[in-house]
Ligand binder design. Sequence first.
Ligand code: AMP
Length: 507
Amino acid sequence: MYRQNYLAHAISRASDGRGEGLFLTRHPDGATVRYADFWKNAERMAAVLVAAGVTPGDRVAVQAPKTVAMLELYVGCVLAGGVFLPLNTAYTPAEVAYFLGDARPRVLVCDPEKLEALTPIAVEAGVANIFTLGAGEIGSLIDARAGAEPGFTAVARGAQDLAAILYTSGTTGRSKGAMLTHRALASNSEVLRDYWRFTSDDVLIHALPIFHTHGLFVATNVTLMAGGSCIFMPGFDAGAVLGYMPRATALMGVPTFYTRLLDQQGLGEAAKGMRLFVSGSAPLLAETHERWRAATGHAILERYGMTETNMNSSNPYEGERRAGTVGFPLPGVELKVCDAETGQEVATGQIGVIEVRGPNVFAGYWQMPEKTAEELRADGWFITGDLGMVDADGYVTIVGRGKDLIITGGFNVYPKEVEGVIDALPGVLESAVIGVPHKDFGEGVVAVVVPEKGADVSSEAIIDGVADKLAKFKQPKSVVMLAELPRNTMGKVQKNVLREKYAALLS
Ligand code: AMP
């Protein structure tokens, strides 16, 4: 189907001629959607967008709850030749104003509850049409779709045309719009489908948000490309996910999914028939990997990716899934580790900045040519900003974000190394190590530590515990005990929040 539209063709091929095949079962009501109906509704969405004035290359911004209709809208936008621009549902209207002003979308789709607050902002940004789409699949977009005929002829789009813009989470400075082409999305999903062996027999538990690359592209496009089905959940609910496992084959999650599932009774029994558990978007603790293996017999498959690049590396499907690593570069993806100052490749086992190149890599930041030139080299290598290393067996390990590196008294401290030592101490659940201003050393090491439930752990015990395991300059100068680390919706620890909160601790 849709031969003239690169991405639509790629994601519809597996279901072509299998319209009766099941695409999705919705949680919690169990409603089912067959492929033929999904494509018909996506075509109706495309017709609505074109009628609303969307021409090829126009942005369609969406800040709406996770619903089947939003998935249809994503695919409809691709069919209409538009550029899909999903926004985190947690953004406030003031934040949305920045994105609309930057991306100048033709259409905005928002939650009915936010319509009043967003209308003046959208008008200011020159948005031509606003639709609403709410939880329970209500809103004006649903009404408009009902009035549209299926049978839309997909707008011609080629490999290099833009299919989506996803804004980075922007923990430092302004959030940047990563421009993703039809080819970047199609090629990456195809590689993942094959690498992770997805087929039409698969049933994926889809509990990730669809404003982010993980849930939108990895989970959705891989399911579509395999012609499999998914259990589509508006959000993560550990008990419900456990309940679905006996009728599913795969789960894609962030590390917090796995730690929460480990607290559930009956996990081992429920996970028996599953074939694959994937984790990514944030580091999975080696301890979680081991606990999961002990509880279920499955080794979680950890992979590494980012908004700008889709997925870069993955532990193997067959072969050793090594805890604490993100596996090997995916087929077609080149990955090297370079010195931050010179840009020269470092030796095996040395830490440096990870760079990647391949068809998966984005086309640059939307209207930010200088930023693009700083991070995307002319020869196609993208400087990820992640620090990591490749070991003698070829496994890649992420050591942290470059900006999280602590430089104290001229020495480099990699937070992950210190966190690893602290996490291994008795009674510690997890930790986050940050650098804060220090009058003598420039920066000093601070550890924020979360104790295990019911454990009585003191700051002194942490300081004593690391004393003979870490060089003096790596040891925390202060330890803060917290009940929980601040995390964003993708489970990433917000170290910038911690740095701000404890900025004055050592001064
Ligand atoms: P985002 O663009 O929001 O998906 O964030 C991408 C960043 O998440 C990467 O640059 C990494 O810093 C981090 N990340 C993603 N997957 C992993 C992983 N498996 N282990 C460690 N960090 C990861």
